[in-house]
Write a protein that binds this ligand. Sequence first.
Ligand code: FEO
Length: 171
Amino acid sequence: MLSEKVKDLLNAQVNAEFYSAYLYLDFSNYYKDEGLDGYSNWYYIQAQEERDHAMLFIQYLQQNGEKVTLEAIDKPDKKFSSFKDPLEAGAEHERHVTALIHNIYAAAYEEKDFRTMQFLDWFVKEQAEEEDNADDNVKKYELFGSDMRSLYELDSELATRVYAAPSLTLD
Ligand code: FEO
C-alpha cells in the first residue's frame, strides 16, 4: 500500500517521463530537418528510453494495486537557434528529472516506504548516467561542433546508437 503522497508523485512521474519522450522527439525532429541524422537518431532512441521509464512507473503503480491516471502531455515549446541549443536544453532537462526522482525518493524515505525506495534506486543510478551522457553531448559539441568535418564525424558516431530495453524489469 502506497501513501497518497508517494502514489501521486509516482503518477506525476509517468507524465514527466512521457513529456521527456515528447521533448526528445521534438529534438530528434529538429535535427532531422537540419540534416543531422545521427543527432536525430540519438534523440529518437532517447525518446524510446523515456517511454520505457514511463511504462516502468505505470507497472510499479499497478503492481501496488494503484490506479494510474494519464494526464495531458505539454507541447514541447523550445525554439532553437543553433545545433547546440537542444543539447544544452537536454542536459538541463535531465537535471530537472533527477530532482523529481530525488523528491519522490525523499517522500518514500519519510514514509519508510522501502519498496518504493528500492524501485527508485534504479532510476537514481539511471539519472546519473543520463546527466553524464547529456553533458557529454554538450562537451563534444563545444570541442568539435564548429568544424564541419568534425561535426560530420560526431553525427556519424551518434548514428550508431541502438535501442536497448531497460535493464530494470518488473513482473
Ligand atoms: Fe527518464 Fe532521461 O529521464
